[in-house]
Design a protein around this ligand. Sequence first.
Ligand SMILES: [Fe+2]
Ligand SMILES: [Fe+2]
Length: 176
Amino acid sequence: MKNEPALTFRSSRLAARLAALEVELLAFITPYPSDLHGLPHLREVSLLAGFLADAEGQDVERAMVAGFLHDCERRDDGADPRHGERSATKACLLAPRLFPYLDAAAIARAIKLHAGGITTQDDPDAVLWDADRLTLVRLGYRVDPRRLSTSCAKRLVKVGAVDVLREHAAAAVQGV
Ligand SMILES: [Fe+2]
Ligand SMILES: [Fe+2]
């Protein structure tokens, strides 16, 4: 059963998970050096994906790993149309090794297609794609609820809570 989105952010719990998975993953990836698509973005999408996964009854750690890796092979701040594919390939290598208890295939699939702009009924994909799209304001785009897949993300937009959630995520990252 899916919960209504909480307008609070359980920052300490998700931030602790983020800190732990960062230690594992940053030994193997080099985020693109950018505030738009680099480490700050990977951290934010990881936290937001964890938040959405929690609200949607999905695997929180799987969502956070997918969030952290989704842009890990970006090479520029432009369209970089193959970055989803490259990042998925990296996830296929790292996830089974570092997190063998997670569904690596689901992580890789969500990452591979995250930049396509489509919506989905597949829960692991939906959580990642929505987490990424909730941050589109940083690129100067409005978040379009028609491009969101989860009920939680749609409600966050409807009640105008995305900025507040992102502020909480930013505050949580300060402690990572
Ligand atoms: Fe991306
Ligand atoms: Fe992204």
